[in-house]
Write a protein that binds this ligand. Structure first.
Ligand code: AMP
Ligand code: FE
Ligand code: FE
Ligand code: ZN
Length: 289
């Protein structure tokens, strides 16, 4: 089976490998295709696409947008987007401005309590990145205030912890819509990460499909065969294409490897072709009416 990875973060958001390095790594591992899916930015896509052409790896231009669904933060993946789409730009600018305000507030609160973190250092160490809590967590690790990024979240930055400050999210419908307007195919990401019960899970998938999502991330690092089977059945029920990816973040999620996730992940190339072909069929059906 030719393997792919449709969920990869780079230094454009909170991954630690550059877009070029991620594609090189995919080539070294024999992956046929990867999608670059950074949080709230597609700025890593062009250099990854160029590297893919050099190395013979198909690079799918992608993005992962955070959204609000009934008060929960959910993630929507966009595939085959135009990274320079005029539809995308103002939306991402709004998201990044909101993130900047929030990052500054978190850093100020930490600094006020004596933790020597600063926006200047965050920006200097992550020059091209959409900065978020993982970068702040990493600073706390470097300062010896936590043993790992995860521990920094658990002690300081996770919801309910003293340095958590909420940010604003696009409504689910708007996140799906902007992906479609940017020429992309929207896919509901890692559906078991939201703490939904069975009924809520299905309602979320149904809502995403209703807003125009055409896929469901069925295969994901850490999901058991049984869990994947449940998701595959839901994908079938709502006529969604199954997709899969590792959510590789480099050393910020050290237990996840590109392509193989936690070791057992295997995503076949045919799913990518189904996503492209099926999504085209839906488009044509809509045009015909
Ligand atoms: P932000 O978008 O800045 O709020 O940061 C959210 C990102 O931080 C998520 O996409 C995850 O990659 C990471 N994250 C969230 N919660 C945790 C946690 N408890 N441990 C480690 N990473 C986390
Ligand atoms: Fe992340
Ligand atoms: Fe995510
Ligand atoms: Zn992700």
């Amino acid at each position: 089976m030719e393997l792919i990875d449709l969920h990869v973060h780079t230094t454009a958001s909170d991954g630690t490998t550059t877009p070029e390095q991620a594609v090189q790594m995919a080539a070294d591992r024999g992956l046929r295709a990867i999608a670059i899916t950074d949080h709230d930015t597609a700025s890593g896509v062009p250099s990854a696409v160029r590297q893919g052409k050099r190395l013979g790896v198909e690079v799918v231009p992608g993005i992962e947008i955070s959204a609000d669904y009934k008060g929960a933060e959910v993630h929507i993946l966009g595939y085959f987007i135009d990274p320079d789409s005029p539809a995308l730009e103002p939306v991402l600018q709004w998201v990044i401005a909101d993130r900047d305000t929030r990052n500054e507030r978190i850093v100020k609160r930490l600094a006020g309590d004596g933790y020597p973190v600063s926006m200047r250092r965050l920006r200097a160490e992550n020059p091209d990145a959409v900065i978020g809590r993982p970068h702040i967590a990493e600073q706390l690790v470097k300062l010896g205030q936590a043993g790992s990024v995860r521990e920094a979240f658990d002690r300081y930055l996770a919801e309910g912890r003293p340095y958590f400050i909420p940010r604003s999210y696009l409504p689910l419908a708007a996140a799906v819509d902007v992906i479609i307007k940017a020429g992309g195919k929207a896919v509901a990401a890692h559906p078991l990460q939201y703490g939904f019960n069975g009924r809520e899970l299905e309602a979320f998938i149904k809502a995403a499909a209703g807003f125009g999502a055409v896929g469901l991330e069925t295969y994901y690092s850490g999901y058991s065969q049984e869990e994947c089977a449940v998701l595959a059945a839901l994908a079938e029920k709502y006529s969604l294409v199954r997709t899969g990816g590792s959510d590789y973040h480099g050393t910020r999620k050290p237990h996840i490897q590109l392509g193989s996730g936690d070791g057992s992940l295997r995503v076949g190339y045919e799913l990518l072709r189904k996503l492209e072909i099926y999504a085209k069929t839906v488009e044509i059906a809509e045009i015909i009416g």
